[in-house]
Design a protein around this ligand. Structure first.
Ligand SMILES: NC(=O)c1ccc[n+]([C@@H]2O[C@H](COP(=O)([O-])OP(=O)(O)OC[C@H]3O[C@@H](n4cnc5c(N)ncnc54)[C@H](O)[C@@H]3O)[C@@H](O)[C@H]2O)c1
Length: 250
C-alpha cells in the first residue's frame, strides 16, 4: 500500500518510535491521527507535522480504555474519512521484579502491551471490514517477544502475545486486511533513556549498538508498502537491519 492519500492511526505517536513513524508517514502523504496519553507532546507532534505541510490530528487516548480505542477510530473517520493503516504502538516497560511480594506493576505493563493491542485489533478489523477496501494493521512487539528476557519477563510475555496474535491473523489477507508485527531491539527513546546511561551502555554491548526511532519507522513503512506481507514478523536490529523472523504459514 502506498501511504500517499491514506489515513493512519498511530497509538503512542507522541514520542519515540510512534512519533518517528507519524512524521515518516505524513511526509509520505498519509494523514496521521496520533493517539496518546501525552497531550502536550501530541499537540507538538501535530504542529511539527503541519509545519512540514503534513496532515495530522491528535486524540487524547488511554489505550487501557476500550471507549478511547473506539473514539480514536471514530475521530479518524470523522476527520479524514476512513482508516487504512492502524499502528498499535503504545507501550510501557515493566516496573520492578514481579516476583517481589506485593508487586502488581506488571499488570499495567501486560494490559497496555497486550490486552489493549488485542482490543484495538478487534475494533480495527471490524472498522476495516465495514469500510471495505482492506487495510494494514501493524503492532509493535519487540525482540523481547522472540527471545527470553530475564529482566522483564512479563513485558516479554506480552510482546510474544502480540507476535502470535499477528501471525495468527495473517489469514485476514484473504479479505485484504494485512496484520503484521514489528520487533525492534533496543531503540533510543524515552522508554529506554529512563533506564539511565549505564543501563543503555549495557544494552548497546548486548546487541551491538542502539537503534534510532527512525530505523523502526522505516520498517513500519516497509510493512505498509509490501503488499505480500501478512502474518509477518519483522525484526529490526543494528546487526542485520530489517529482516523477518518467521515466514507466514498460509
Ligand atoms: N525503545 C525500545 O528499546 C523498544 C524496543 C522494542 C519495542 N519497543 C516498543 O516500542 C513501542 C514504542 O515505545 P518507545 O520506545 O517509542 O517508547 P516511548 O516511551 O518513547 O513511547 C511510548 C508512547 O506510548 C504512550 N503510552 C504509554 N501508555 C499509554 C496508554 N495507556 N495510552 C496511550 N498511550 C500510551 C506514551 O505516552 C508514549 O508517547 C512500545 O510498544 C515499546 O514496548 C521499544
Amino acid at each position: 500500500m502506498d501511504p500517499k492519500g491514506k489515513v493512519a492511526v498511530i497509538s503512542g505517536g507522541a514520542s519515540g518510535i510512534g512519533l518517528a513513524t507519524a512524521k515518516l508517514l505524513a511526509s509520505n502523504g498519509a494523514s496521521v491521527v496520533i493517539a496518546d496519553l501525552q497531550t502536550a507532546a501530541g499537540a507538538d507532534a501535530v504542529a511539527e507535522i503541519e509545519a512540514a505541510h503534513g496532515k495530522a490530528h491528535f486524540v487524547e487516548t488511554d489505550v487501557l480504555e476500550k471507549e478511547d480505542l473506539q473514539r480514536v477510530l471514530d475521530e479518524a473517520v470523522k476527520r479524514f474519512g476512513r482508516v487504512d493503516i492502524a499502528y498499535n504502538n503504545a507501550g510501557v516497560g515493566e516496573g520492578g521484579d514481579f516476583l517481589e511480594p506485593g508487586n502488581e506493576t506488571w499488570e499495567r505493563c501486560f494490559n497496555i502491551d497486550l490486552t489493549a493491542v488485542i482490543q484495538a485489533v478487534q475494533l480495527e478489523v471490524q472498522l476495516m471490514r465495514s469500510q471495505g477496501g482492506g487495510g494494514v494493521i501493524i503492532s509493535t512487539a519487540s525482540m523481547g517477544g522472540l527471545l527470553p528476557m530475564p529482566t522483564s519477563p512479563i513485558y516479554a510475555t506480552a510482546k510474544a502475545g502480540v507476535i502470535h496474535l499477528s501471525r495468527s491473523l495473517g489469514y485476514l489477507a484473504a479479505e485484504g486486511i494485512r496484520v503484521n508485527a514489528i520487533c525492534p531491539t533496543f531503540t533510543n527513546t524515552p522508554l529506554v533513556q529512563a533506564a539511565g546511561e549505564a543501563a543503555m551502555e549495557a544494552m548497546k554491548q548486548e546487541v551491538g549498538g542502539i537503534l534510532q526511532p527512525e530505523d523502526v519507522a522505516a520498517g513500519v513503512l516497509e510493512l505498509i508498502a509490501d503488499d505480500s506481507r501478512a502474518g509477518s514478523v519483522m525484526r529490526v536490529t543494528v546487526r542485520k537491519g530489517l529482516d523477518y523472523a518467521h515466514e507466514p504459514r498460509r
